[in-house]
Write a protein that binds this ligand. Structure first.
Ligand code: NG6
Ligand code: CA
Length: 521
């Protein structure tokens, strides 16, 4: 080899090494200081059409609209399931919930659904040096196999999954018990009044939504007729823990108060906050100051309350001069539902409002209304305002925030989480997902696969809870497969499986592959 050739090779090698240096090096202090704070704001049961920036015109959601107008508003943003526990499981693990048994709607005494050995979204952020916190709804179980030790240490839970701190609604607001959990303990629990939680009526004379129905401030319509607290009967039974019990009306204020503490904390490290609102899940009991805010009853009043929370977080960021350095993501855990067990007249007072926007179905279904939900990203000065049609999903936050913090995911972790960061940041020409699997609840064999404009439904059972959101929940007969073209038929009304057998075969195969291969990344 000639001298010149040697020299050339040397220069090329040197250049390659230099180009890779930033990728190989451990995060430098200087780089760390550029890491933005990240707040994931997840609403509960908020539908595609439930915000004025997504077309609602029966009421206004000015605070979220402001983020949408100054950030990216996604028209193809999804959560991964049409119920809470599996969506939250996927958000935190970056894996489809159908891969793991026991990821359906968690009962009050559910043990921790996510194994502490799992590499999670908060682990991603912690590894990048973030302070990590969750405030609000958990609904992913607490404790080992025996379930939660309500009077002792509640672990494993968020702190064993990468969160430095947690302030929780441990189950759902309609499931017992109505107490806060701070880190490993029920807050304000008096040891002389221990908390008992169970599935069976604890004594003959224990008042329930059935025996004391006349005393209720909000009547139930199905389920929700067990222990009464705050004039509302719930799913499941409990006794004791009186000093620890909250008022439903105060939940939103509490989430905001606790989140502001995280935002305002004086620290060199950025924070990752999962603001997990209980709004607008039943029982919908907004604070008195929001009751009557709309003409649509407590369901929409709770949307106004949620919007207020978003505004309060943004104000806190402004006040502490952190707004320019914070990526905010607004999303939902599943689509809308009208009557989810309480008589709050959501349907009767609905008027022209369409909670799922133009889509069919809602909570519990794999029609678009079940999982296509509001999805907004905002980062002042960094994200240029846009409306994006790219497909993005809450399951992608682990992969995308790993990219944001210049990390790669471990090979066997977050197996379904794609890096869609450029799309989330609204970069020109950036692509989202090319396909996405949706599911309803747990691993019960109801799936949908979206690929481009095509959507395949797959039902391994003969019936599914597929309902139009404005109607009462119903199990309906379903065929094993249906095929829709979302571009021509966004309401999934016209099953074209007979007309496009090749498309159907291709999609069936792709869906089976995603399910059987154990990973899609
Ligand atoms: C259902 C409840 C519903 C709601 C849902 C979970 C009845 C009849 N229905 O079983 O009210 O709590 O579970 O909602 O009890 S989720 O948004 O947390 O997934
Ligand atoms: Ca939900």
């Amino acid at each position: 080899m000639s001298e010149l050739k040697h020299m050339f090779k040397f220069i090329v090698t040197l250049t390659v090494v230099f180009l890779q240096l930033p990728l190989l090096a451990a995060p430098q202090r200087q780089e760390e200081d550029n890491r933005p704070n990240v707040i994931v704001i997840m609403a509960d049961d908020l539908g595609y059409g439930d915000l004025s920036c997504y077309g609602a015109d029966s009421f206004k959601t000015p605070n979220i609209d402001k983020l949408a107008a100054g950030g990216v508003r996604f028209t193809n943003g999804y959560c991964s399931a049409s119920t809470c526990t599996p969506t939250r499981y996927s958000l935190l693990t970056g894996s489809y919930a159908f891969r793991k048994p026991g990821t359906g709607i968690a009962p009050p005494n559910s043990p921790a659904v996510i194994d502490p050995s799992t590499f999670t979204l908060p682990d991603v952020m912690k590894r990048a040096g973030y302070r990590t916190a969750i405030v609000g709804k958990w609904h992913l179980g607490l404790g080992g196999e025996e379930g939660p030790d309500w009077n002792g240490e509640l672990k494993p839970g968020p702190l064993e999954l990468g969160f430095d701190s947690c302030f929780l609604l441990p189950t759902t607001n309609d499931r017992v018990p109505q107490v806060y959990v701070e880190n490993h303990r029920v807050l304000n629990l008096d040891p002389n009044d221990p908390l008992w939680v169970g599935r069976m009526k604890p004594s003959e004379d224990h008042p329930t939504g059935i025996t004391h129905r006349h005393t209720l401030k909000m009547d139930w319509s199905h389920g929700h007729n067990s222990t009464i607290h705050n004039g509302i009967s719930r799913i499941g039974f409990y006794t004791g823990g009186h000093a620890a019990r909250f008022r439903d009306e105060d939940l939103a204020d509490k989430w905001v108060e606790k989140s502001i503490e995280i935002i305002e904390e004086d620290s060199e490290d950025p924070f990752f906050l999962f603001f997990s609102s209980h709004d607008i899940h039943v029982p919908r009991i907004p604070h008195e100051r929001f009751q009557g805010a709309t003409k649509l009853g407590f369901r929409a009043d709770s949307i106004i309350q949620f919007d207020w929370c978003v505004g309060a977080l943004v104000n806190a960021l402004k006040k502490s001069r952190k707004l320019d350095n914070t990526l905010i993501i607004v999303c939902s855990d599943n689509g809308p539902v009208m009557d989810d067990g309480y008589k709050d007249f959501a349907l009767e007072k609905l008027g022209d409002h369409r909670a799922a926007g133009p889509y069919t179905g809602g909570k519990y279904s794999v029609y678009e209304g079940g999982t296509r939900t509001p999805f907004i990203t905002y980062w002042k000065g960094q994200i240029r305002p846009a409306v994006s049609d790219e497909i993005v999903c809450t399951i992608d936050l682990a992969g995308s925030l790993a990219a944001l913090t210049r990390q790669s995911l471990p090979q066997n972790a977050c197996v379904d989480s794609f890096n869609v960061l450029p799309a989330l940041l609204g970069e020109n020409g950036a692509k989202g997902r090319d396909h996405l699997v949706q599911q309803n609840n747990g691993n019960n064999g109801t799936y949908a696969l979206r690929n481009g404009d095509w959507k395949l439904h797959r039902y391994d059972k003969k019936t599914a809870r597929n309902v139009v959101v404005e109607k009462q929940l119903a199990n309906v007969k379903v065929p094993p497969y249906m095929l829709f073209n979302l571009a021509e038929d966004p309401t999934e009304s016209n099953n074209v499986i007979a007309e496009y057998p090749e498309v159907a075969e291709r999609m069936k195969k792709q869906l089976a592959e995603v399910i059987e291969s154990g990973r899609s990344r």
